[in-house]
Design a protein around this ligand. Sequence first.
Ligand SMILES: Cc1ncc(COP(=O)(O)O)c(C=O)c1O
Length: 349
Amino acid sequence: MEYFFYDDYSEGAHPKILEALSCSNLEQERGYGEDTISTQAIKLIKQKIGNPNVAIHFVSSGMQANVITLISMLRHHESVITPETAHINLDEAGAIEAGGHKINAVQTPNGKLTSADIEDVLARNSGEHKVKPRVVAVAQATEWGTIYSKEELQALSNCCKKNNLYFYIDGARLGSALTAKNADITLLELSQLADAFYIGGTKNGALLGEAIVVSNPELQKDFRYHIKQRGALLAKGRVLGIQFAELFKDDLFFDLARHANVMAERLKEAISIKGFSFLSDSTTNQIFPILPNTHIEKLKKDYGFHPYGFNPWPKAEITEDTSAIRLVTSWATTEEAVNTFIADFNNLT
Ligand SMILES: Cc1ncc(COP(=O)(O)O)c(C=O)c1O
């Protein structure tokens, strides 16, 4: 049977989450996120962050979190600076642009932005003939599985402060980034460096849902109006609260993400041992090996994964006979599946 390494949302939800949803099923609760469990979940997340001053709102998808938060930060003539490979730039059907805002997309190695990139965009966009950059948006982990170190995020945050820009972090895979072997940043530090970020649940064991964390008091004001106006204030907001309460009441959120990383690391090791290289230096749950096309064709018979025709950084290793693929592991990836993949991979000729 084919095993999927397509993405980290191929399965439903972690059993503890389903159980929590089922246990509270017949309890009557207030609507629109004002239920007791969502309130409890917010309290738990604030405790985990260690910052009582943040505001937390649940929405049902990563794209909602991005669009609602970014558009809440922007006036009509203002734009977002982000890496060219960012999800908001490539994979959100032009939602930011449809909201009336330009994206200043920057070509970056490994999907990561630097303060020099920001300064460069600012230098080329001054005065009212241009859009006015107002937000810097990066993803942690990035779309290429790489992560920013604390020092790098601090530098971006400083640059934003210096230039009166908001700093936003797309945390669709934040769990994976926080538990990566080279991670050195905490939720508390993120809440101090970014004006807003979100904690992704959909790709880390929740049935669906993301928790937007707004640190900047200026942005906290009226945030629920922005959610409502984009159709994202769920009458059954409890569904999101219950899941986040379960993820954060112990360390389930971190345990699940760590598992996904370990599974990816095993695949990465096995592929590296055979002498193959990777499109990016990922330490999280998405890896991008560059393999002979003949290997890829054989693997396709038993495994689901996406080919990566898009090669943003010219890589000498990619020739006519080789291609990059994306392998994604998740909270639900079994050791057995990884072991079988590795055994099959080792047998490829
Ligand atoms: C970095 C990043 N941000 C946002 C999203 C959007 O998440 P969703 O599909 O839940 O809207 C994705 C989805 O793959 C993503 O990879």
